[in-house]
Design a protein around this ligand. Structure first.
Ligand code: TMP
Length: 211
């Protein structure tokens, strides 16, 4: 999102399954709220009643027949609604929006994981427009280590994909980092919770002061 005409900040968290996003999002949200910032916490796919309904369709393990393009369109639809209903208004009102996943997830999972390439960015252009994160925290974790971390909980449709898919997703994220180093901050997620949280806090505060 361009900085013109707004004062808020949009932060997204990204990473493969089992990267520890939820824990770190919680840590950062608590920290920023204690500092007195107004934080709007949301997630993808989801974050609005319509988008949460789409999430149900997307992650239902029964929907094995879902075509990759259908999948991409549904993620884009859920995102379009979230941008219009939550993210854009909150950032325009001067709030800090923290979103668990955003467009980069579709690039990593659909463009790379499903081999759909440039089509994914194209499809998302309509709903996202210039509403891109000011900062993206990418929690980098080896796909095998990520898988081990989520072992024991019921896997959703995407988590149930084979290792080769998750390896392509990982490579997708690495490519996103190379393409957009100014926005994407890669954090080694294989360390202790507090060490990672501290690095994220420092990165966020640096950006907040730049705005
Ligand atoms: P979550 O487990 O982080 O809530 O995310 C739901 C799953 O959806 C996760 O496996 C990643 C996947 N996903 C995509 O494949 N494309 C997307 O655009 C998004 C937002 C998530």
């Amino acid at each position: 999102m361009t900085k013109q005409g707004r004062q808020g900040m949009f932060i997204s968290f990204e990473g493969g399954d089992g990267a520890g996003k939820s824990t770190q999002i919680h840590e950062l949200t608590e920290y920023l709220r204690q500092m007195g910032y107004e934080v709007v916490l949301t997630r993808e796919p989801g974050g609005t009643p319509i988008s949460e309904a789409v999430r149900g369709i997307l992650l239902d393990p029964q929907n094995k027949a879902m075509d990759a393009v259908t999948e991409t369109l549904l993620y884009a639809a859920a995102r379009a609604q979230l941008v219009a209903e939550v993210i854009r208004p909150a950032v325009n009102a001067g709030r800090i929006v923290i979103c668990d996943r955003f467009l980069d997830s579709s690039i990593a999972y659909q463009a790379f994981g499903r081999d759909l390439g440039d089509m994914v960015g194209e499809i998302n252009r309509y709903g996202v427009g210039d509403c891109m994160p000011d900062l993206t925290i990418y929690l980098r974790v080896d796909p095998k280590a990520g898988k081990a971390r989520i072992q024991g909980r019921a896997a959703d449709r995407i988590e149930s994909e084979p290792d080769a898919f998750h390896q392509k997703v990982f490579e997708g994220y690495e490519e996103i980092c190379r393409r957009d180093p100014a926005r994407v901050c890669a954090v080694d997620a294989g360390r202790g919770i507090e060490e990672i949280a501290e690095e994220i806090r420092a990165e966020v505060m640096k950006r907040i002061h730049e705005i």
